[in-house]
Write a protein that binds this ligand. Structure first.
Ligand code: XMP
Length: 328
């Protein structure tokens, strides 16, 4: 029933563990039939879609799945560690971890234009992934976390489907897309049934260029660290306060300007940290999540005392439109 490239009109929405199990069993059989004893390559970011694809393929073909996790230095605190823990340590995946932090940050040094930053990050990602792919023998398939809205949006001309990831021509693989006919909420139900941790399954959306778009202007390692640390504090406090999974997206931005402050009787000249928390259904229009005064006060205290280089905390009250969700 699920061995199809097009979602059937009458397909029941996968909302329960029992329905997820039927899907999983059938997809495992489909993958085995498609791939046989050949090898499959997967770029595993740790996002919901690629993680669910990895878990399905590990069940279906085990060590014949080669996962490549590229750390481009713009991931959130703890993300690469979690990918290694869940997939390598717990699921015994054949996982290649590529530490490309210096390579990305060196290329991005001094680059201020947002579009150029995105192009560098996207282009370098493909290069690093292609280099790893060429090191592997006998790969015939490329797995992707394409989901049904990706297909609908590319058909409607809204966004280009990330089909085959723009890999160079010498790397032509047949695609394996086991969650292709699912909506995002269904991918989460399937992920939960596959045993993935909640903070992976119910993860908020995270842009491909990562923290790079939350460090506006030229990325420097110290300001990037301030974004990463403040984001980790925000996520921790949202989880403690029951907001994880309830608020669509929340993050911090550290803009490239400094202002005067005072700490322990001494003048400081440091960055502000901006908190953004939004809700939406389609990300075309978003509203702002209003936080309690207590939570705001607590966040301000933690961020200014724990994050080096920050002397002020601001809250972004702007809906979309006119503001976009991300700052670049
Ligand atoms: P904007 O900033 O356009 O963001 O209002 C809308 C949603 O898209 C996410 N976003 C991205 N996701 N690659 C992605 O995978 C990107 O380059 C990118 N830019 C923005 C953003 O986080 C928000 O959820």
């Amino acid at each position: 029933m699920f061995n199809t490239l097009v979602r059937p009109d009458d397909m029941e929405r996968i909302t329960t563990p029992a329905l997820a199990k039927v899907f999983i069993d059938e997809q495992i059989a489909n993958i085995k039939a498609q791939v046989g004893d050949k090898k499959v390559l997967l770029a595993l970011s740790g996002g919901v879609d690629s993680s669910v694809v990895a878990a399905l393929l590990i069940k279906a073909i085990g060590q014949n799945l080669v996962c490549v996790h590229v750390n481009h230095g713009l991931l959130r605190k703890g993300e690469p560690e979690q990918v290694i823990q869940v997939f390598k340590n717990e699921m015994n995946a054949n996982l290649i971890y590529v530490d490309a932090v210096d390579r990305f940050l060196d290329k991005l040094a001094g680059v201020t234009d947002p579009e150029q930053k995105r192009m560098i990050i996207g282009g370098e990602f493909i290069e690093v992934f292609a280099e790893e792919a060429r090191k592997q023998d006998g790969i015939q398939f490329l797995a992707q976390g394409t989901i049904w809205p990706d297909i609908l949006e590319s058909e409607a001309g809204i966004k280009a489907h990330h089909n085959a990831g723009g890999l160079p021509e010498d790397l032509s693989f047949e695609l394996v897309e086991p969650v292709r006919i699912l909506f995002k909420d269904e991918v989460r139900v399937v992920g939960k049934e596959l045993g993935l941790p909640d903070n992976m399954v119910y993860r908020q959306p995270f842009p491909g260029p990562g923290l790079g778009v939350r460090c506006p202007g030229a990325i420097t390692r110290d300001r990037l660290e301030a974004v990463r640390e403040s984001d980790a504090i925000l996520r921790e406090e949202f989880a403690k306060n029951g907001l994880e999974g309830k608020v669509w997206q929340y993050f911090t931005v550290v803009p490239d300007f400094k202002s005067t402050g005072v700490k322990n009787g001494k003048r400081t000249f440091d960055w502000p940290c901006i908190i953004r928390a939004i809700n939406t259904t389609d990300v075309m229009e978003v509203t702002v999540e209003h936080l309690s005064n207590e939570l705001i006060d607590h966040l301000v205290q933690r961020i200014i005392s724990e994050v080096p280089g920050i002397n002020r905390v601001l809250f972004d009250y702007t809906p979309k439109p006119p503001a976009t969700v991300e700052y670049e």
